[in-house]
Design a binder for this molecule. Structure first.
Ligand SMILES: [Zn+2]
Ligand SMILES: [Zn+2]
Length: 201
């Protein structure tokens, strides 16, 4: 999780004041009323469900996101959370992991990816992939970096110039939380930059 935190904070430093302020507002909406600057699990979980991200509302994920022995999240954790949501990091669909959030590298089903508007639909962690501990009808899996290169190459060969990988469903979810939408605009540059990079590679 430390790598994700560092990446999120690095982006945060590049956000303009307005975006930083909207993240603050987003964070405050989850705070426990009697405990300023602290976000307890109950409020966090309910809010994640309200804005259309129920998969992030689990106790498992909350425990991964919070630091050390604290029983609550702080503002810095919310910055990490927004980066995790925006970067589309998945939960493991493997048999042993039971939807555990994948902190590092993961493998995604190629067929599901292309059938679902280039979304990472079925994903497994490296352990589940190596031990084939998953139940899925398709066979070919790739990690997202190789996948992105593959998609870019395919788009180039088809003459498609599409720099967005978000489905209509995702857009609807993002629309529900204005603050998240603003961050999506900022982080959207990341997707465009990655696409540009891959086409040069
Ligand atoms: Zn599949
Ligand atoms: Zn797993």
């Amino acid at each position: 999780m430390d790598d994700l935190r560092d990446t999120a904070y690095a982006y945060y430093e590049h956000f303009n004041h307005e975006t930083q302020k909207s993240i603050q507002t987003f964070s405050e909406q989850m705070e426990t009323k009697s405990l300023p600057n602290k976000i307890k699990f109950r409020e966090f979980s309910a809010y994640m469900k309200d804005i259309g991200f129920p998969q992030f509302g689990s106790k498992n994920f909350f425990d991964q996101l919070k630091r050390g022995k604290k029983d609550h999240l702080v503002y810095a954790d919310v910055i990490t959370l927004l980066y995790i949501i925006e970067s589309g990091r998945p939960f493991c669909n493997g048999l042993d992991c039971k939807n555990k959030f994948i902190v590092g590298l993961y493998f995604t089903c190629v067929e599901c990816f292309f059938k679902n508007d280039c979304n990472y639909i079925f994903n497994v962690c490296p352990d589940c992939f190596r031990t084939k501990s998953y139940d899925h009808s398709h066979e070919v899996f790739l990690d997202p970096i190789v996948m992105l290169r593959l998609k870019t190459k395919l788009d180039k060969s088809k003459g498609i110039n599409d720099d967005t990988f978000y489905s209509d469903d995702d857009k609807k979810k993002v629309d529900r939380a204005l603050q998240i939408m603003q961050i999506a605009v900022s982080l959207g540059n990341l997707v465009a930059a990655t696409t540009a990079m891959c086409s040069i590679m």
